[in-house]
Write a protein that binds this ligand. Sequence first.
Ligand code: ZN
Length: 70
Amino acid sequence: MNKFYYVNTNAQNTGEHEVHAEGCNHMPSISNREYLGYFDSCKDALREARNKGYDKVDGCFYCANECHIK
Ligand SMILES: [Zn+2]
């Protein structure tokens, strides 16, 4: 299912930028997120985040669990 994905522009304490799908309860505030695109898979969203220069990215535990590492 395609969803809109966003990356948190603020890194976590461990250095990763979390990627979230639309509707997530843990979505960063509008000033702390960057729109990535409309993707079929969180894996594509993480790839796009890397393309945008976020070297360390991680899927959100709640909304992108299959891409969640830490
Ligand atoms: Zn999330």
